[in-house]
Write a protein that binds this ligand. Structure first.
Ligand code: IMP
Ligand code: MG
Length: 208
């Protein structure tokens, strides 16, 4: 059975001081939403669920796809914990959101780096975060077009209240509030990826 994601929207956050973050980050963070220990425990649970699921139905080779760059830490924690009974291999896609001229006309630019590797495989996309959903939707469409046997997604953090698409995520780690977050691989302007916990960025940093 698949577990429900952990919804952290209704619980109190941690203060930055409670987790002794890197000194250079202290002033930039407002609060800690999810600690490294909680993230890694949940990833362990996702790994078991994913392993069970693929053991039951994977017929072909499983192809694990890391969405660069934000999902690198999630991918690194998840994939060694998978216990698959079929051969598996790994690849990457590069995804970025950009503003397409009109206000709100945001689109996702996705580059598959190894199209040929996808054909016939059972593909699992490993993504850091889903927000409106356009990025993951585009990734899944591009992978579908490359002829896999199946495609599923696992996402560590879900800002479900902002969804604009009906993209299907098979395995979700945490449901989080509508806040701009950084850490555990997730950046603002390429910074804060090596923060060990998931934190809310202070509003003054983004100038909002
Ligand atoms: P979507 O297309 O709206 O689902 O956007 C998802 C992508 O936007 C994520 O993979 C991140 O790269 C980025 N993103 C969304 N929310 C945040 C955030 O709070 N912090 C950092 N990046 C974010
Ligand atoms: Mg991402």
């Amino acid at each position: 059975m698949r577990s429900a994601p952990i919804d952290i929207r209704d619980r109190p956050p941690y203060t930055v001081e409670q987790f002794c973050v890197k000194e250079e980050y202290e002033a930039d963070l407002d609060r800690i939403l999810v600690s490294e220990g909680e993230i890694e425990s949940r990833i362990g649970c996702l790994a078991e669920e994913i392993s069970r699921d693929y053991r039951e139905r994977a017929e072909n080779e499983v192809y694990l796809v890391c969405v660069l760059k934000g999902a690198m830490r999630f991918f690194d924690a998840l994939t060694p914990r998978l216990e698959l009974t079929v051969p598996n291999s790994e690849g990457v896609v590069r995804a970025a959101r950009y503003s397409g001229g009109e206000p709100g006309a945001e689109q996702a630019e996705v580059r598959l780096l190894d199209r040929e590797a996808i054909e016939g495989k059972d593909v699992l996309v490993v993504e850091d975060m889903i927000d409106e959903g356009y990025t993951l939707e585009t990734i899944l469409d591009r992978i579908e077009a490359a002829g896999p046997n199946s495609v599923e997604a696992t996402v560590l953090f879900d800002k479900v209240a902002r969804r604009q698409t009906d993209v299907d995520v098979a395995f979700t780690g945490f449901v989080i509030p509508d806040e701009f977050v950084v850490g555990y691989g997730i950046d603002y302007d390429e910074r804060y990826r090596n923060l060990r916990h998931l934190a809310v960025l202070d509003e003054t940093v983004r100038g909002t």
